[in-house]
Design a protein around this ligand. Structure first.
Ligand code: AHR
Length: 334
């Protein structure tokens, strides 16, 4: 099984394999793309869905960057269903696109369709989220964030938030997880737990943890249930802003003050998250940058040209506390 840690060590061989794939495709005499011989790179992109503000910003970034790069982009929205992504990828294989890119809804279950792409010598680029596969050569590279590190940063952010709030006593944490089986849900939980286990084994406890599927509605519904079963929760760690914003509604409906009675740390850094933070309702945000389009198009060009690329192209990100929110808000791009 391949996880994000292994990615870096596996870089060179796969990049070389991509080069071979691209050359082999040329040698077969096919243009590969279905763009109709106009010289445009044909990119088939399967998006997870439109579950969050982050996702909308990511979709816009991909579409704008593809247009800017002069690609023929074939785009499909999987509505958070793996079977829809598999069908979309199969259709891109049948169409003979030059490169397939996708942001996998969950980490497992991709080997069969990725082998089909490999058999047709169509290189695959992962964007945003990783997969676990038995064969490293089934995709070329991942363009996206280090989610485990985001989880760690969320843990460190909570330390700061507790200190700023002057919190004393036990820390009873509710965790709103992302989509079950998705890389950001697994890895953010893992990174956060690392910080907890290393430095807060005696004073922090995750008292409830459940998926809110990265949606606002999910966050609201699950948080309402958390508050019923565990009315003494004093911290919320939400795997994304949207679930955090939904949870704020549930907290207010329960007659509590988000950001005061319940301290809140989220991940993403979308505009609505910053607005909630500038209103004092979120205490800290760990950024996850959705503007991956330009980097993705650069990588696709290289892959199509048979050039080497790194196995994992990471995104640069920052962390934000309440005192920085108002100043940062006007410059947020998404
Ligand atoms: O994969 C990135 C995650 O997916 C974002 O944090 C979340 O908002 C989105 O739905």
């Amino acid at each position: 099984m391949l996880n994000r840690r292994n990615f870096l060590t596996a870089a060179v061989g796969v990049a070389a394999a991509t080069g071979l794939a691209a050359c082999a495709k040329k040698e077969e005499g096919g243009k590969g793309g279905s763009g109709g011989g106009d010289g445009k790179i044909v990119l088939g992109f399967s998006q997870v869905g439109s579950e969050s503000g982050w996702r909308s910003a990511n979709t816009t970034s991909v579409k704008d960057a593809a247009k800017e790069a002069g690609f023929d982009l074939k785009f499909s929205d999987a509505q958070q269903k793996q079977e829809n992504q598999i069908s979309a990828i199969r259709s891109y294989i049948t169409q003979g696109v030059d490169v397939i890119a996708f942001s996998p809804v969950v980490v497992t279950g991709w080997d069969a369709v990725l082998k089909e792409a490999k058999a047709k010598k169509i290189p695959v680029v992962l964007t945003d989220r990783s997969v676990e596969t038995s064969d490293d050569s089934l995709y070329v590279t991942l363009v996206g964030s280090d989610f485990t590190d985001e989880g760690r940063r969320a843990g460190k952010m909570l330390e700061k938030v507790l200190e700023t709030a002057g919190h004393k006593g036990p820390v009873k944490i509710a965790q709103l997880e992302g989509t079950t089986g998705a890389a950001p849900a697994i890895e953010r939980a893992k990174g956060f737990k690392e910080v907890m286990d290393a430095d807060h084994a005696s004073d922090w406890k995750i008292v409830v943890s459940q998926t809110g599927d990265f949606t606002r509605a999910g966050g609201k519904q699950v948080m309402a249930a958390f508050l019923q079963s565990n009315p003494d929760i004093n911290v919320l760690f939400a795997h994304n802003d949207d679930m955090g914003i939904g949870a704020i509604q549930a907290i207010e409906a329960a007659g509590k003050k988000p950001g005061k009675d319940i301290l809140i740390v989220t991940i993403d850094g979308v505009k609505d998250g910053f607005i909630a933070m500038s209103e004092g309702k979120i205490n800290g945000i760990v950024e996850c940058n959705p503007l991956l389009g330009p980097q993705l198009m650069e990588v696709v060009k290289k892959v199509k040209a048979g050039e080497k690329v790194e196995r994992w192209i990471k995104t640069k990100e920052g962390d934000f506390t309440q005192d920085q929110a108002k100043a940062a808000l006007p410059s947020r791009k998404y």
